[in-house]
Write a protein that binds this ligand. Sequence first.
Ligand code: PLP
Length: 389
Amino acid sequence: MRRIEDLRSSRRIAKRVQEIRPSGIRRFFDLIAGRDDIISLGVGEPDFSVPWRIREEIIYALEKGYTAYTSNFGLKELREGIVEYYKKFGVKAYPEQVIITCGVSEALDLAVRTLVDHGDVVLIPEPCYVSYKPLTYICNGEPVELSTLPDFKLTYEKLMSAANFKPKILIINYPNNPTGVTYSRRELEEIADAAVELDMTIISDEIYAELTYSEKHTSIASLNGMEDRVIVLNGFSKSFAMTGLRIGFAIAPLDVLEGMLKIHQYTMLCAPTPSQIGALEALKCLDEVEKMRTEYMRRRNYVLKELKKVTELPKPEGAFYAFPKIPIEMSSEEFAEKLLIEKSVAVVPGNAFGESGEGFVRLSYAVKFEKLREALNRIVDFIDKYAKS
Ligand code: PLP
């Protein structure tokens, strides 16, 4: 048998793919794989189990043998349920505008592939979720990064400063991964005004909508005149702790939805049937989401209080991340690596989320409170030590 290293040749791999950098998060996690002594504030994954009622419904679906394909669109009852559910975020839509996907990841892929022609400019406010840029690139689009520094908020002025690039698409995500920042209705109106002026279609990744701590989440698709300009993406991974069950959805104008469906039917066919049945049950379990949200908020308050002793950070208003500034002379990679080696705490270097994330690190508080407390003690100690030296 040949050696494993020899089972690789870069000659046949498309240049576009060769040029994609592996995710900075993954690279970091390879470093800690298999080490039990580490407290990881790295992964963006709920520490809760899927609520029991949802699991039961999935088990029951399997027992009844519901394992065939569904329609390409997804289960009709689930699409109807999502239309009802999304009214709470202000969106009025028809079930025909909804497609069920394998996580928000697939919905995002479908939306970008449906909208992006060769050379189209996609505006990507940064720091941002790691997949927006590579995905645009894979689709032969031109990603243009827009820094949201210093406060990590996208504004009318920041958006208009990119007018010269003639962007066709804007990808927004709020509550935001990695910063935890979110937007009020008034702030969203500014973004909507700029989108109209620049004639952009918005892909709005609202995967953390349920995990909002002060104001209620408003979808940008609910603003006057935006229903034809916005593709809403959301799913069950984060708010319902269903990451491995792979259910997301998009609510889109009909032309966009039909384009997305064309790709979905030839690539994915449908989202997993038992998981779709679980998602239908999830929509009846919002009380479970509320319990998780309350616990995340308790942790958010604690993280904010502790970190403020040693550094500055934008107040996380949603999701389960904090994005503190590194208050000592270290790059974000250096900080994360030294913290890992010296204190056995894993965080993600901010530059994994784009250049404007340099000088910051991302902490996920989707870990049990006791571990979080211990990790923060160690982080505060670590910063104190280097601040004094
Ligand atoms: N969008 C954002 C902002 C995320 O943080 C994540 C996962 O971390 C995803 C999309 C992917 O979610 P899913 O598990 O639904 O594919």
